[in-house]
Design a protein around this ligand. Structure first.
Ligand SMILES: C[S@@+](CC[C@H](N)C(=O)[O-])C[C@H]1O[C@@H](n2cnc3c(N)ncnc32)[C@H](O)[C@@H]1O
Length: 400
Protein backbone atom coordinates (compact mmCIF):
# COMPACT_ATOMS: atom_id res chain seq x y z
CA UNK A 1 0.00 0.00 0.00
CA UNK A 2 1.38 3.41 -0.89
CA UNK A 3 1.42 6.13 1.69
CA UNK A 4 -1.21 8.85 1.43
CA UNK A 5 -0.09 12.47 1.04
CA UNK A 6 -1.35 13.07 4.55
CA UNK A 7 0.81 10.29 6.00
CA UNK A 8 3.80 11.66 4.12
CA UNK A 9 3.18 15.08 5.64
CA UNK A 10 2.83 13.50 9.11
CA UNK A 11 6.21 11.80 8.63
CA UNK A 12 7.73 15.06 7.51
CA UNK A 13 6.48 16.82 10.62
CA UNK A 14 7.67 13.98 12.83
CA UNK A 15 11.12 14.33 11.32
CA UNK A 16 11.05 18.12 11.50
CA UNK A 17 9.87 18.43 15.11
CA UNK A 18 10.05 14.97 16.59
CA UNK A 19 6.43 15.15 17.65
CA UNK A 20 4.37 12.11 18.42
CA UNK A 21 1.06 12.66 16.67
CA UNK A 22 -0.62 10.17 18.99
CA UNK A 23 0.11 12.62 21.81
CA UNK A 24 -0.58 15.85 20.02
CA UNK A 25 -3.66 14.33 18.39
CA UNK A 26 -4.16 13.61 14.70
CA UNK A 27 -7.06 16.03 14.72
CA UNK A 28 -4.86 18.87 15.81
CA UNK A 29 -2.75 18.34 12.67
CA UNK A 30 -5.89 18.20 10.49
CA UNK A 31 -7.15 21.42 12.11
CA UNK A 32 -3.75 23.09 11.66
CA UNK A 33 -3.77 22.17 7.96
CA UNK A 34 -7.33 23.50 7.59
CA UNK A 35 -6.30 26.82 9.21
CA UNK A 36 -3.31 27.19 6.88
CA UNK A 37 -5.48 26.35 3.84
CA UNK A 38 -7.95 29.05 4.87
CA UNK A 39 -5.16 31.62 5.26
CA UNK A 40 -3.72 30.74 1.86
CA UNK A 41 -7.12 30.43 0.14
CA UNK A 42 -6.35 26.83 -0.89
CA UNK A 43 -9.43 24.69 -1.42
CA UNK A 44 -7.93 21.25 -2.02
CA UNK A 45 -5.85 19.34 0.47
CA UNK A 46 -3.77 17.82 -2.33
CA UNK A 47 -2.72 21.32 -3.36
CA UNK A 48 -1.63 22.06 0.19
CA UNK A 49 0.40 18.83 0.45
CA UNK A 50 2.18 19.75 -2.78
CA UNK A 51 2.95 23.19 -1.40
CA UNK A 52 4.62 21.74 1.72
CA UNK A 53 6.73 19.59 -0.59
CA UNK A 54 8.04 22.63 -2.43
CA UNK A 55 8.18 25.22 0.30
CA UNK A 56 10.24 24.95 3.49
CA UNK A 57 8.66 28.26 4.57
CA UNK A 58 5.19 26.72 4.47
CA UNK A 59 6.36 23.71 6.45
CA UNK A 60 7.60 26.17 9.10
CA UNK A 61 4.22 27.90 9.11
CA UNK A 62 2.60 24.53 9.71
CA UNK A 63 5.05 23.79 12.52
CA UNK A 64 4.05 27.11 14.11
CA UNK A 65 0.44 26.07 13.81
CA UNK A 66 0.97 22.63 15.36
CA UNK A 67 3.32 23.73 18.16
CA UNK A 68 1.79 23.96 21.61
CA UNK A 69 3.13 27.30 22.84
CA UNK A 70 1.39 27.27 26.21
CA UNK A 71 3.62 28.94 28.84
CA UNK A 72 3.60 31.60 31.53
CA UNK A 73 5.95 33.43 33.92
CA UNK A 74 7.32 31.40 36.81
CA UNK A 75 5.46 28.30 35.70
CA UNK A 76 5.55 25.83 38.61
CA UNK A 77 7.57 28.30 40.72
CA UNK A 78 9.71 25.76 42.64
CA UNK A 79 12.32 25.25 39.86
CA UNK A 80 13.06 28.97 40.07
CA UNK A 81 13.59 28.76 43.83
CA UNK A 82 16.01 25.86 43.35
CA UNK A 83 17.74 27.81 40.56
CA UNK A 84 18.27 30.70 42.97
CA UNK A 85 19.84 28.39 45.51
CA UNK A 86 22.11 26.88 42.90
CA UNK A 87 23.12 30.37 41.75
CA UNK A 88 23.88 31.61 45.26
CA UNK A 89 26.00 28.58 45.88
CA UNK A 90 27.74 29.12 42.54
CA UNK A 91 28.49 32.70 43.58
CA UNK A 92 29.80 31.53 46.94
CA UNK A 93 32.13 29.02 45.36
CA UNK A 94 33.36 31.69 42.95
CA UNK A 95 32.98 29.18 40.12
CA UNK A 96 33.65 30.33 36.56
CA UNK A 97 33.16 33.75 35.13
CA UNK A 98 29.66 33.33 33.82
CA UNK A 99 26.68 31.17 34.68
CA UNK A 100 25.39 29.59 31.46
CA UNK A 101 21.75 28.66 31.20
CA UNK A 102 19.73 27.08 28.41
CA UNK A 103 15.97 27.34 28.07
CA UNK A 104 14.73 24.87 25.46
CA UNK A 105 12.02 25.18 24.36
CA UNK A 106 11.50 28.77 25.40
CA UNK A 107 8.21 29.37 23.51
CA UNK A 108 7.25 33.06 23.75
CA UNK A 109 9.95 33.91 26.28
CA UNK A 110 8.21 33.76 29.63
CA UNK A 111 10.54 30.99 30.87
CA UNK A 112 13.93 32.57 30.01
CA UNK A 113 12.77 35.97 31.27
CA UNK A 114 11.62 34.34 34.52
CA UNK A 115 15.08 32.79 34.82
CA UNK A 116 16.69 36.22 34.37
CA UNK A 117 14.42 37.81 36.97
CA UNK A 118 15.01 34.98 39.46
CA UNK A 119 18.80 35.30 39.08
CA UNK A 120 18.80 39.06 39.49
CA UNK A 121 16.65 38.67 42.57
CA UNK A 122 19.07 36.10 43.94
CA UNK A 123 21.79 38.73 43.72
CA UNK A 124 23.54 37.55 40.55
CA UNK A 125 24.74 40.53 38.57
CA UNK A 126 23.23 40.67 35.07
CA UNK A 127 26.73 40.52 33.56
CA UNK A 128 27.44 37.24 35.31
CA UNK A 129 24.92 35.08 33.51
CA UNK A 130 23.86 34.33 29.96
CA UNK A 131 20.69 32.58 28.86
CA UNK A 132 20.34 30.91 25.48
CA UNK A 133 16.67 30.49 24.64
CA UNK A 134 15.71 28.14 21.83
CA UNK A 135 12.51 27.25 20.11
CA UNK A 136 11.49 25.83 16.76
CA UNK A 137 8.57 28.21 16.33
CA UNK A 138 9.25 31.49 14.50
CA UNK A 139 5.95 32.84 15.73
CA UNK A 140 6.73 32.15 19.39
CA UNK A 141 10.17 33.71 19.04
CA UNK A 142 8.73 36.86 17.47
CA UNK A 143 6.58 37.26 20.58
CA UNK A 144 9.56 36.52 22.82
CA UNK A 145 11.72 39.18 21.17
CA UNK A 146 8.86 41.67 21.29
CA UNK A 147 8.58 41.13 25.05
CA UNK A 148 5.05 42.44 25.51
CA UNK A 149 2.71 40.22 27.48
CA UNK A 150 -0.97 39.93 28.27
CA UNK A 151 -2.63 38.78 31.48
CA UNK A 152 -2.53 35.15 30.40
CA UNK A 153 1.23 35.17 30.86
CA UNK A 154 0.84 35.97 34.56
CA UNK A 155 -0.95 33.01 36.06
CA UNK A 156 1.03 32.48 39.23
CA UNK A 157 -0.32 33.26 42.66
CA UNK A 158 2.40 35.80 43.28
CA UNK A 159 2.96 38.29 40.51
CA UNK A 160 4.92 40.73 42.62
CA UNK A 161 7.67 40.81 39.98
CA UNK A 162 5.22 42.30 37.49
CA UNK A 163 5.37 45.75 39.07
CA UNK A 164 9.13 45.62 39.34
CA UNK A 165 10.13 44.36 35.90
CA UNK A 166 7.32 45.36 33.54
CA UNK A 167 5.86 48.57 32.33
CA UNK A 168 2.14 48.58 31.85
CA UNK A 169 1.16 49.99 28.47
CA UNK A 170 -1.91 49.88 26.24
CA UNK A 171 -0.30 47.04 24.25
CA UNK A 172 0.38 44.98 27.38
CA UNK A 173 3.13 44.53 29.97
CA UNK A 174 6.49 45.43 28.46
CA UNK A 175 9.48 43.64 29.94
CA UNK A 176 12.35 45.81 31.19
CA UNK A 177 15.44 46.21 29.02
CA UNK A 178 17.86 44.83 31.59
CA UNK A 179 15.87 41.57 31.69
CA UNK A 180 16.05 41.21 27.92
CA UNK A 181 19.76 41.88 27.86
CA UNK A 182 21.11 38.51 29.10
CA UNK A 183 18.66 36.49 26.97
CA UNK A 184 19.76 35.34 23.52
CA UNK A 185 16.91 33.91 21.42
CA UNK A 186 17.81 31.37 18.76
CA UNK A 187 15.47 29.63 16.35
CA UNK A 188 16.49 25.99 16.23
CA UNK A 189 15.23 22.45 16.36
CA UNK A 190 16.60 20.65 19.40
CA UNK A 191 16.82 17.48 17.28
CA UNK A 192 18.95 19.11 14.61
CA UNK A 193 22.33 17.41 14.20
CA UNK A 194 23.72 20.86 13.36
CA UNK A 195 22.20 22.49 16.42
CA UNK A 196 23.99 25.85 16.58
CA UNK A 197 24.68 25.58 20.33
CA UNK A 198 26.07 22.05 20.27
CA UNK A 199 29.54 23.21 21.33
CA UNK A 200 28.27 25.16 24.31
CA UNK A 201 28.16 23.85 27.88
CA UNK A 202 25.48 24.91 30.34
CA UNK A 203 25.34 24.90 34.12
CA UNK A 204 21.55 24.74 34.12
CA UNK A 205 19.13 23.53 31.47
CA UNK A 206 15.41 24.13 31.54
CA UNK A 207 13.85 21.58 29.20
CA UNK A 208 10.23 21.65 30.28
CA UNK A 209 7.09 20.58 28.49
CA UNK A 210 8.68 19.44 25.26
CA UNK A 211 9.48 15.76 25.87
CA UNK A 212 5.81 14.95 26.48
CA UNK A 213 5.10 15.76 22.82
CA UNK A 214 7.94 13.67 21.41
CA UNK A 215 7.97 10.01 20.48
CA UNK A 216 10.17 7.62 22.49
CA UNK A 217 13.12 7.65 20.07
CA UNK A 218 13.21 11.41 19.93
CA UNK A 219 12.88 11.66 23.72
CA UNK A 220 16.01 9.49 23.96
CA UNK A 221 17.77 11.64 21.40
CA UNK A 222 16.95 14.84 23.32
CA UNK A 223 18.17 13.30 26.59
CA UNK A 224 21.49 12.41 24.94
CA UNK A 225 21.79 15.93 23.51
CA UNK A 226 21.12 17.42 26.96
CA UNK A 227 23.82 15.14 28.34
CA UNK A 228 26.30 16.68 25.89
CA UNK A 229 25.21 20.22 26.70
CA UNK A 230 25.28 20.01 30.49
CA UNK A 231 28.43 20.51 32.63
CA UNK A 232 29.24 17.51 34.86
CA UNK A 233 27.63 18.88 38.01
CA UNK A 234 24.83 20.71 36.18
CA UNK A 235 21.13 20.55 36.76
CA UNK A 236 18.21 19.94 34.40
CA UNK A 237 14.66 21.02 35.09
CA UNK A 238 11.90 19.11 33.29
CA UNK A 239 8.13 19.39 33.24
CA UNK A 240 6.25 17.49 35.93
CA UNK A 241 5.20 14.69 33.56
CA UNK A 242 8.67 14.30 32.06
CA UNK A 243 11.21 12.86 34.52
CA UNK A 244 10.21 9.37 33.28
CA UNK A 245 11.84 10.16 29.91
CA UNK A 246 15.19 10.18 31.75
CA UNK A 247 14.83 6.64 33.09
CA UNK A 248 17.74 4.44 31.94
CA UNK A 249 19.85 7.51 31.27
CA UNK A 250 22.82 9.06 33.06
CA UNK A 251 20.40 11.28 34.99
CA UNK A 252 18.69 10.72 38.32
CA UNK A 253 16.19 12.87 40.22
CA UNK A 254 17.72 15.62 42.32
CA UNK A 255 16.31 15.82 45.83
CA UNK A 256 14.15 18.88 45.44
CA UNK A 257 10.45 18.20 45.90
CA UNK A 258 8.24 19.68 43.22
CA UNK A 259 11.20 21.02 41.21
CA UNK A 260 11.35 18.04 38.78
CA UNK A 261 15.10 18.49 38.68
CA UNK A 262 17.65 15.95 37.51
CA UNK A 263 21.33 15.65 38.05
CA UNK A 264 23.94 13.27 36.67
CA UNK A 265 24.25 9.90 38.29
CA UNK A 266 28.02 10.40 38.33
CA UNK A 267 27.68 13.77 40.03
CA UNK A 268 26.79 12.04 43.24
CA UNK A 269 28.47 9.03 44.79
CA UNK A 270 25.34 7.64 46.37
CA UNK A 271 22.41 5.69 45.00
CA UNK A 272 19.22 7.52 44.09
CA UNK A 273 17.36 6.19 47.11
CA UNK A 274 20.13 7.44 49.39
CA UNK A 275 20.09 10.88 47.90
CA UNK A 276 19.58 13.60 50.38
CA UNK A 277 20.33 17.26 50.11
CA UNK A 278 23.49 17.08 52.18
CA UNK A 279 25.04 14.45 49.90
CA UNK A 280 24.34 16.40 46.77
CA UNK A 281 27.09 18.03 44.78
CA UNK A 282 25.58 21.39 45.34
CA UNK A 283 24.52 21.94 48.87
CA UNK A 284 21.16 22.10 50.52
CA UNK A 285 19.20 25.29 50.86
CA UNK A 286 21.45 28.12 51.86
CA UNK A 287 20.29 30.51 54.52
CA UNK A 288 17.77 32.43 52.59
CA UNK A 289 18.74 35.82 51.37
CA UNK A 290 15.17 36.76 50.82
CA UNK A 291 14.09 36.55 47.24
CA UNK A 292 11.74 39.09 45.85
CA UNK A 293 9.45 36.53 47.37
CA UNK A 294 9.46 38.43 50.62
CA UNK A 295 5.73 38.52 50.05
CA UNK A 296 4.06 36.06 52.34
CA UNK A 297 2.33 34.23 49.51
CA UNK A 298 5.67 33.07 48.22
CA UNK A 299 6.77 32.09 51.71
CA UNK A 300 3.70 29.87 51.76
CA UNK A 301 4.98 28.25 48.57
CA UNK A 302 8.27 27.50 50.32
CA UNK A 303 6.42 25.97 53.24
CA UNK A 304 4.18 23.97 50.88
CA UNK A 305 7.21 22.43 49.24
CA UNK A 306 8.61 21.33 52.60
CA UNK A 307 11.26 24.06 52.80
CA UNK A 308 10.35 24.87 56.38
CA UNK A 309 13.60 26.40 57.56
CA UNK A 310 13.77 28.84 54.67
CA UNK A 311 10.12 29.71 55.06
CA UNK A 312 10.68 30.46 58.78
CA UNK A 313 13.72 32.55 57.92
CA UNK A 314 11.70 34.52 55.36
CA UNK A 315 8.97 35.19 57.93
CA UNK A 316 11.52 36.44 60.45
CA UNK A 317 13.08 38.72 57.86
CA UNK A 318 9.65 39.93 56.89
CA UNK A 319 8.94 40.84 60.53
CA UNK A 320 12.34 42.51 60.89
CA UNK A 321 11.56 44.67 57.87
CA UNK A 322 7.87 45.38 58.38
CA UNK A 323 7.50 45.06 62.17
CA UNK A 324 5.21 42.60 63.99
CA UNK A 325 2.71 41.17 61.53
CA UNK A 326 -0.24 38.91 62.30
CA UNK A 327 -0.06 37.02 58.98
CA UNK A 328 3.65 36.33 59.35
CA UNK A 329 3.16 35.04 62.91
CA UNK A 330 0.20 32.96 61.75
CA UNK A 331 2.30 31.47 58.96
CA UNK A 332 5.12 30.70 61.39
CA UNK A 333 2.60 28.98 63.64
CA UNK A 334 1.38 26.84 60.75
CA UNK A 335 4.91 25.96 59.66
CA UNK A 336 5.92 25.00 63.21
CA UNK A 337 2.77 22.88 63.54
CA UNK A 338 3.78 21.17 60.30
CA UNK A 339 7.23 20.59 61.75
CA UNK A 340 5.62 18.87 64.72
CA UNK A 341 6.53 21.65 67.15
CA UNK A 342 3.10 22.33 68.69
CA UNK A 343 4.33 24.37 71.67
CA UNK A 344 6.42 26.70 69.52
CA UNK A 345 3.51 26.91 67.08
CA UNK A 346 1.18 27.95 69.93
CA UNK A 347 3.60 30.71 70.90
CA UNK A 348 3.56 32.16 67.36
CA UNK A 349 -0.20 31.85 66.96
CA UNK A 350 -0.74 33.66 70.26
CA UNK A 351 1.37 36.53 68.92
CA UNK A 352 -0.89 36.64 65.85
CA UNK A 353 -3.99 36.68 68.05
CA UNK A 354 -2.45 39.35 70.26
CA UNK A 355 -2.12 41.57 67.18
CA UNK A 356 -5.61 40.72 65.96
CA UNK A 357 -7.93 39.29 68.64
CA UNK A 358 -10.46 38.46 65.90
CA UNK A 359 -8.10 36.35 63.76
CA UNK A 360 -10.32 33.31 63.81
CA UNK A 361 -8.08 31.02 61.72
CA UNK A 362 -5.32 31.42 64.35
CA UNK A 363 -7.76 30.88 67.24
CA UNK A 364 -9.10 27.74 65.53
CA UNK A 365 -5.59 26.44 65.06
CA UNK A 366 -4.77 27.12 68.71
CA UNK A 367 -7.81 25.05 69.71
CA UNK A 368 -6.64 22.21 67.46
CA UNK A 369 -3.10 22.28 68.80
CA UNK A 370 -4.27 22.21 72.41
CA UNK A 371 -6.53 19.32 71.56
CA UNK A 372 -3.56 17.49 70.06
CA UNK A 373 -1.61 18.09 73.27
CA UNK A 374 -4.49 16.69 75.34
CA UNK A 375 -5.08 20.07 77.02
CA UNK A 376 -8.90 19.96 77.07
CA UNK A 377 -9.22 23.10 79.13
CA UNK A 378 -7.41 25.33 76.67
CA UNK A 379 -9.02 23.49 73.78
CA UNK A 380 -12.48 24.48 75.08
CA UNK A 381 -11.39 28.06 75.79
CA UNK A 382 -10.14 28.61 72.25
CA UNK A 383 -12.93 26.64 70.60
CA UNK A 384 -15.56 28.80 72.33
CA UNK A 385 -13.61 31.93 71.52
CA UNK A 386 -13.45 30.92 67.84
CA UNK A 387 -17.22 30.39 67.82
CA UNK A 388 -17.84 33.79 69.43
CA UNK A 389 -15.56 35.59 66.98
CA UNK A 390 -17.08 33.76 63.99
CA UNK A 391 -20.59 34.72 65.10
CA UNK A 392 -19.49 38.33 65.65
CA UNK A 393 -17.75 38.46 62.26
CA UNK A 394 -20.79 36.99 60.56
CA UNK A 395 -23.17 39.49 62.08
CA UNK A 396 -20.77 42.29 61.10
CA UNK A 397 -20.57 40.76 57.60
CA UNK A 398 -16.82 40.05 57.60
CA UNK A 399 -15.05 36.70 57.42
CA UNK A 400 -11.43 36.14 58.42
C1 LIG B 1 4.50 24.03 25.87
S1 LIG B 1 5.82 24.98 25.20
C2 LIG B 1 6.94 24.92 26.55
C3 LIG B 1 7.51 26.28 26.94
C4 LIG B 1 8.23 26.34 28.28
N1 LIG B 1 9.39 25.49 28.31
C5 LIG B 1 7.30 26.00 29.42
O1 LIG B 1 7.41 24.92 30.02
O2 LIG B 1 6.44 26.82 29.75
C6 LIG B 1 6.45 23.86 23.97
C7 LIG B 1 7.34 24.52 22.92
O3 LIG B 1 8.12 23.51 22.29
C8 LIG B 1 8.47 23.99 21.01
N2 LIG B 1 9.02 22.87 20.23
C9 LIG B 1 8.34 21.79 19.77
N3 LIG B 1 9.18 20.96 19.13
C10 LIG B 1 10.42 21.52 19.19
C11 LIG B 1 11.70 21.13 18.72
N4 LIG B 1 11.87 19.99 18.05
N5 LIG B 1 12.76 21.95 18.96
C12 LIG B 1 12.59 23.10 19.65
N6 LIG B 1 11.40 23.52 20.11
C13 LIG B 1 10.33 22.74 19.90
C14 LIG B 1 7.16 24.57 20.53
O4 LIG B 1 7.35 25.50 19.49
C15 LIG B 1 6.62 25.23 21.82
O5 LIG B 1 6.92 26.61 21.86
Amino acid sequence: MTKSSHNILEDKLRRAMGIDLQTVGHNSLRNAIARRMRVLGIKERRQYYELTDRSAAELNELIDEVAVNETWFFRDNTPFLVLQRYARNWLKRGRGSCLRILSVPCASGEEPYSIAIALLEAGVNGLLFKIDAIDISYRALRLARRGIYGRNSFRGRNNFFQRKYFQKTKAGYVIAKHIRHPVNFVRANILDTNLPILNNRYDIIFCRNLLIYLDKDNQKLVVSILDKLLVPEGLIFTGHAEPGAFADSVFIPAPYPKAFALTRRSATDCKPDQLSCDRQVFPPPLPVQPLWFTELDAVRDLADTGQHEEAMECCEQYIRRHGPDKEAYFLMGMILADMDEPRLAIRMLKKAVYLDPDLVKAIDMLALLYKGLGDDNNYRVFKQRAQRVTARNQSAGKGK
